[in-house]
Design a protein around this ligand. Structure first.
Ligand code: MF3
Ligand code: CO
Length: 249
């Protein structure tokens, strides 16, 4: 069942989203060579406490941290730990904020120090594919128009989309209906988009092949071929005036 949010509910989610954008901007500044991924999580947790906010990740199906930090060939759901971030890495940070009972969910991939042109391109194409997807979030379009926009743009560069993980509805809970796949559908198919839906759109783009596996910690998703992967996510409301990105600064 896909819930439609009222303007007031979307306003609250927008407040959550603005906080989250602030947190991600802080973490982006903090992700410098020599810092551990655990330190990024500590900084996020300190910030959340000061703002009296909560992470919807912590404790979710036993997830131990408040953010996910996924480096290079790690795709998503990296558990912060003693791993050191180094010059030339790409670091995906996924975070969420609960404000007044509503969740916002967003992710960015950060180039650390001097990053190869190849990796910079992976990052910028992944980010742009997110915006192509978002641009389809117009009343009357269909759900898989979002999917198709992301997939067709990304694959035109020879990259692969991870099919095992999807975007999703978001609201009082982090994961609500519908699932928003990043690949595998024809345009002009799927449910009609309605004003008041709020969706987290989150392409995960591999430089090499699409295959992924989960590491022995039970969470960290890595590419099978060991090649890098990027991830961007925004929480976006469909409004009568088109898409409204709730997690933008
Ligand atoms: N943003 C991710 C998602 O949409 C992160 C959730 S994984 C968690 O699924 F377990 F860490 F919460
Ligand atoms: Co998400």
């Amino acid at each position: 069942m896909i819930t439609t949010k009222t303007r007031q509910q979307i306003e609250r989610m927008h407040s959550a989203g603005k906080y989250l954008a602030e947190l991600l901007a802080l973490l982006k500044e903090t992700a410098v060579p020599g810092i551990t991924t655990a330190r990024l999580n500590e900084i996020a947790e300190g910030w959340l406490v000061r703002k009296k906010l909560y992470s919807p990740f912590k404790g979710y199906r036993g997830y131990p941290s408040s953010i996910c930090v996924s480096v290079n060939e790690q795709v998503v759901h990296g558990i912060p730990g003693q791993k050191l971030i180094k010059n030339g890495d790409i670091v995906s940070i996924d975070a969420g904020v609960v404000f007044d009972g509503y969740v916002a969910d967003a992710a960015i991939t950060i180039p650390v120090g001097e990053v190869s042109e190849q990796l910079q391109k992976l990052i910028s194409i992944t980010n742009r594919s997110l915006y192509y997807g978002i641009s389809q979030m117009v009343e009357g379009n269909r759900l898989y128009d979002i999917t198709y926009a992301i997939q067709s743009y990304t694959e035109s560069y020879g990259y692969s989309l991870v099919k095992e993980f999807c975007g999703h509805g978001v609201g009082r809970k982090m994961h609500e209906d519908p699932q928003v796949p990043n690949c595998g559908h024809r345009p002009n198919t799927g449910p009609r988009l309605r004003s008041g839906w709020v969706l987290a759109i989150e392409p995960m783009v591999n430089m090499g092949s699409a295959g992924v596996k989960i590491e022995s910690d039970g969470w960290t998703v890595v590419t099978n071929d060991g090649k890098p992967s990027a991830h961007f996510e925004h929480t976006v409301a469909i409004t009568p005036n088109g898409p409204l990105i709730l997690t933008a600064l």
